[in-house]
Write a protein that binds this ligand. Structure first.
Ligand SMILES: [Zn+2]
Length: 377
């Protein structure tokens, strides 16, 4: 019996040893896991992703990162295969933008010699591909001069420099004019506009093709128009009717003399003017087919019912003070001939919607400036 007992203890012994070892290992692993999870949670609390946190820990940068605190760019750097240890502090000082090649591009820009601040400027004025292109060139000057203007575009850098050299205008005007393609000749390399909208911009650098017809083209009743076959977009007509009623209530009368003109109408107008006044006149004063705002169906030439010369009429004065309330803007004024590219036309109003019309009125701004500052970003 005694012998048997000893045997059985001996038999159990090796298992007990293995169990202890496994138990020990498990304890260590559990301890490590708890330690690791605690480290990760210190970082995830600061908005670092799990992937970034893992890389921060494995590259022994936890203390550096905790010292820096939150940084979306640093997070992206630790997630990226392009992470470079020597740029760790730079990453933390560069504002994050959602670009596919962000870290790769930051590395290149730092290598070229740009400061963190200059890199912030570059990243905030271009998309991923324009920044990528920018990293392929040598270090440029005047970044701060042009790019303190928030709507300056990275892609236009060379054009800004060239236009400033040619015109000696201040940077704000240079950026505005170049963004409007005014450094290009009229009608040259113009942008095709295809979508109808209240805020669409058509001028000597932005055109409509033959096929473009405004949305909801409707006939204008002779109650509001001087001719029976005038048409415009319904949204503009509704606004005009509202305006016309209030104008009448003020004891005045306005009438639409011209509204929608098709591409072909503009061809015919060109031919007519050419016949009577010659090509030079047409080049100077008549919008080329596709480049007339009348093709949008949102523009009106307005007349007074009380006098022939609209610019001298009480209606003209009333319109200057009130048209914006109905969503209209006086499009071509003397002081803005440079920007609009058209000489002053006191009768030419454009429907842009009430919100934009009020901004243009309050800030004494052209539709072109509004486009550059708010729409074309
Ligand atoms: Zn007109």
């Amino acid at each position: 019996m005694k012998k048997q007992k000893i045997k059985s203890i001996k038999l159990r012994d090796p298992y007990l040893g293995i169990t202890k070892v496994i138990g020990g290992i498990l304890c260590i692993l559990l301890g490590l896991l708890i330690f690791y999870l605690k480290q990760v949670s210190d970082l995830t609390k600061l908005d670092y992703s799990r992937e970034a946190s893992k890389n921060i820990l494995f590259t022994f940068h936890k203390d550096d990162v905790l010292k820096i605190g939150k940084s979306k760019t640093l997070n992206a750097a630790f997630e990226s295969v392009y992470f470079k240890e020597k740029y760790l502090t730079n990453y933390s000082k560069i504002d994050y933008v959602n670009h596919k090649n962000l870290i790769k591009n930051i590395n290149k820009l730092l290598k070229i010699g740009y400061s963190n601040n200059e890199i912030n400027i570059i990243l905030s004025h271009g998309n991923d591909s324009s920044v990528t292109n920018f990293t392929k060139r040598e270090k440029v000057r005047y970044l701060e001069e042009f790019y303190t203007i928030d709507y300056a575009k990275l892609d236009n850098y060379d054009r800004y420099v060239k236009y400033e050299e040619e015109t000696a205008e201040d940077e704000e005007l240079v950026v505005l004019y170049v963004n409007l393609d005014m450094d290009k000749e009229d009608y040259k390399d113009a942008t095709l506009v295809t979508k109808f909208s209240e805020d669409m911009v058509v001028n000597k650098h932005r055109y409509l093709d033959k096929k473009f017809v405004p949305d909801n083209l409707v006939n204008i009743s002779t109650k509001y128009a001087s001719d029976s076959d005038l048409k415009c977009s319904k949204v503009a007509l509704d606004a005009f009717i509202e305006m016309s009623k209030d104008c009448e209530a003020a004891g005045l009368g306005i009438v639409i003399n011209s509204a929608y003109r098709s591409y072909q109408d503009q061809v015919d107008i060109e031919d007519l003017y050419r016949k009577y006044y010659g090509q030079a006149y047409v080049d100077k004063f008549v919008a080329k087919p596709g480049y007339s705002e009348h093709q949008t169906g949102l523009a009106f030439d307005i007349g007074s019912r009380t006098t022939n010369v609209f610019a001298n009429s009480k209606e003209y004065k009333w319109m200057l003070d009130n048209a914006y309330k109905y969503g209209f803007t006086l499009r071509f004024t003397k002081s803005y001939e440079d920007i609009t590219g058209f000489r002053s036309e006191p009768w030419h109003y454009r429907y842009v919607g009430k919100k934009i019309a009020k901004i243009l009125y309050d800030e004494d701004m052209t539709l072109e400036e509004y486009f550059v500052k708010y729409l074309d970003k």
